[in-house]
Design a binder for this molecule. Structure first.
Ligand code: IVH
Length: 695
């Protein structure tokens, strides 16, 4: 039975409306309706389609994962209408200018005036290249790049990406849209966290997660992961012409494709160079990974003249950033003892250039993480290093291990620092050196952490180690027994510098309770947790009296961490350290000023801080927020009201953007504080955690 005209009209209307909302949400990032209203539209459409199955078409938004779609056995081959090319590289300004010079020479030899050359600069997305084929406006096939001529047909999976339109209006006969699909960083971190908690292997980086997701034979799995896309060009086309690359991008935008808003046009190479540096500065704060900038000649008319060399067009180049990940060989796994006796693995690597420096050692985090990743001596591994972050081994390339018999690295039977037999308590994931008080390795690590946390000027890592070596100090508390006379005897110190150091050590006794708690170096108690615990309990005595359940009342502390903290606080060595520090006058309770203002105007409001603020230290910003009754937590979640972001903000910013959390800069924070009548902030003091602040 033919569907009544009214049903047909309504189905049409609903599809357009839903596609419009998908576009607003997934492409423009500017939704105009809420989830419930959106779901109501989809439900209505589903019902109508169920009633009138003859109206069902593949471009319906209900058909992104089509009902009855089966997992595939394998992917079909798909030949691109026009080959997908690759790009030549320029590492930095000199190589870029050399490319531009060659361009001019060619144009001159072809008798083309170079004066009118224009460039377009686009982020080079580090994802997976794909080609989307539209026929008569309908999305009919999507394929990976493959060898550039033929790729794999991953249409079913691409259909699940809501930023990809299933139908376009005013379409030419055929058109291939080219773009890069990617895993948003925030979502990637969540996916890995979830996989780790389920005991599954984690992805080495967002690109691998994208590749793994787009090559899923079951589209339901792809649909469950929030892939997105940036479109950057057009391949084969019939029934439309473009004079410039900018025209292509404009056409794409007009037809609901997602084109990056920071793509820019330039008249000169100088401008392009400046723009590439602009992108590089922003690299870390974007929600997608980029490994460079693609610079293209804008005039398509010149593309044919300039031609292609091998697989690389002469009219485009990739300005590549120094890599922040690299692949190298894991030569050996070495174990160190940490400040609480845990044995910690790190990797001795075949030296490799990453993030602008040569890396030959990297952390493998801990025993559990190492076992899960299963990196073995002899493996090829992916190493990453960003900014001043310690290099890390992310994952082995297991597929390259074939045929080799490599053994799993195991923690040593004896402590590498003191030779005591190591133990692995039942149920624990850690092997430890039980010689808590006597192990010089543990003491070394604890003093190192303590001095970093207390930020005593003049007691840098080198001096602290020297004092330990020479027997001037034995543990963190003994720092407070140092005398100017004793220090002045050391080479390199005079009376004045010794006295200045003693004054600094004295001053550090005024450090707030939260900082002292953090300085104790208890496992899992970083700065944010320590501050929250300090604030919750108000004094060390109240904390020592609390059971694990009471500790879980602190924001951000779950039962496992609470239990481990409880055990730590029952450990003789820890209690003795607390007692010794207390005797020497360190603060083990909150001052009046620090107590959070109950019922303050910012009660109910949760803040997260990231990056370095221009004038406020982290301590100060935290204190001000708390004084007004607000909460400061360590990570961005649905419950976060504001992210206060400074310079070098890191992934918290990406996460906040993904969750639509309000983002403030320092001025924004000051405005909110002023609105609620908080006291004027004081100028920047040493910010916490200090070892992270000094760059
Ligand atoms: S243009 C000739 N533009 O880079 C044009 N490619 O090394 C070739 N890519 O396979 C592609 N972002 O996967 C172009 N804005 C962008 C890009 C981009 C990332 C990737 C693409 C390509 C590879 C070339």
């Amino acid at each position: 039975m033919a569907a009544p005209a009214a049903a047909r009209r309504r189905v049409d209307e609903l599809r357009r409306e839903i596609a419009g909302h998908d576009h607003r949400y997934y492409v423009l990032d500017d939704p105009t309706i809420g989830d419930d209203a959106y779901d109501a539209l989809l439900d209505e459409l589903r019902e109508l389609e169920a009633e009138h199955p003859e109206l069902l078409t593949p471009d319906s938004p209900t058909q992104r994962v089509a009902g009855g779609t089966r997992p595939l056995d394998r992917f079909e081959q798909a030949r691109h209408l026009e080959p997908m090319l690759s790009l030549g590289n320029a590492r930095g300004a000199d190589e870029f200018r050399a490319w531009e010079g060659r361009l001019h020479n060619r144009l001159r030899s072809l008798d083309i005036a170079p004066g009118e050359l224009r460039f377009v600069a686009e982020p080079k997305i580090d994802g997976i290249a794909i080609s989307l084929l539209y026929e008569g406006g309908e999305f009919v096939r999507g394929a990976t790049r493959g060898d550039g001529v033929t790729g794999e047909d991953v249409t079913q999976n691409l259909r699940t990406i809501k930023a990809i339109p299933l139908r376009i209006d005013d379409a030419p006969k055929t058109i291939e849209v080219r773009g890069e699909i990617y895993f948003p960083r925030g979502a990637f971190a969540e996916l890995n966290e979830q996989r780790a908690s389920e005991g599954l292997s984690t992805f080495a980086n967002p690109r691998n997660a994208t590749a793994g997701t787009i090559r899923q034979l079951d589209p339901e799995i792809t649909a469950s992961r929030p892939l997105s896309i940036w479109c950057y060009g057009i391949g084969g086309h019939d029934g439309i012409e473009f004079a410039t690359h900018s025209d292509e991008l404009e056409w794409l935008r007009d037809h609901a494709f997602k084109v990056n808003g920071d793509v820019s046009g330039h008249e000169t190479a100088d401008e392009v160079v400046e723009r590439c540096r602009w992108w590089e500065e922003r690299r870390e704060s974007l929600d997608f990974e980029i490994d460079g900038v693609v610079v293209k000649v804008d005039q398509r008319t010149l593309w044919r003249e300039l031609g292609v060399s091998g697989r690389e067009p002469r009219w485009a180049i990739a300005w590549k950033f120094p890599p922040i990940t690299a692949t190298t060989r894991l030569n050996k796994v070495v174990w160190n003892v940490g400040r609480t006796g845990r044995l910690l693995p790190f990797a001795m690597l075949e030296p490799v250039h990453v993030g602008g420096v040569t890396v030959s050692t990297a952390t493998l985090h801990n025993e559990e993480d190492l076992a899960r990743k299963d990196a073995r001596e002899g493996d090829e591994v992916v190493v990453t290093r960003a900014g001043d972050v310690i290099p890390q081994v992310i994952a082995p390339l297991i597929q390259r291990r074939k045929g080799k018999r490599l053994r799993r690295a195991k923690p040593p039977k004896k402590c590498p620092a003191c030779g005591t037999e190591t133990v692995k308590p039942e149920e624990s994931v850690w092997t430890i050196c039980p010689n808590r008080r006597g192990c010089p390795g543990q003491n070394f690590q604890l003093v190192k952490h303590f001095r970093g946390a207390m930020d005593i000027e003049g007691l840098g890592e080198k001096n602290a180690m020297r004092f330990l070596d020479e027997g001037l100090i034995t543990d963190p508390a003994s720092i407070y027994d140092l005398t100017a006379e004793r220090i002045a005897e050391l080479d390199g110190f005079g009376e004045t510098s010794a006295q200045a150091l003693i004054a600094e050590i004295e001053r550090s006794k005024q450090s707030p309770f939260g900082r002292v708690l953090y300085a104790l170096g208890l496992p899992g108690i970083g700065w944010v947790n320590a501050t929250a615990i300090g604030e919750h309990f108000g004094s060390i005595d109240a904390l020592l009296d609390a059971d694990a359940e009471a500790i879980t009342e602190v924001d951000g502390i779950g039962p496992v961490l609470a239990e481990s903290l409880r055990e730590e606080l029952a450990d003789e060595a820890v209690l003795e350290l607390i007692a010794r520090l207390r005797e020497r006058g360190l603060r083990f309770e909150l001052s009046e000023a620090e107590r959070r203002a109950e019922g303050g105007p910012l009660e109910e409001k949760t803040f997260v801080l990231t990056g370095t603020l221009p004038t406020l230290s982290r301590d100060e910003a935290t204190r001000l927020i708390r004084a007004a009754g607000g909460k400061v937590t360590g990570s961005v979640s649905k419950n976060t009201d504001y992210l206060v972001a400074g310079d070098s903000p890191g992934t918290k910013l990406a996460k906040a953007e993904e969750l639509d959390t309000e983002i403030l800069d320092e001025d924004g924070l000051r405005e909110i504080l002023a609105e609620v009548g908080a006291p004027e902030p004081t100028p920047k003091q040493a910010a916490l955690p200090p070892e992270r602040q000094r760059r």
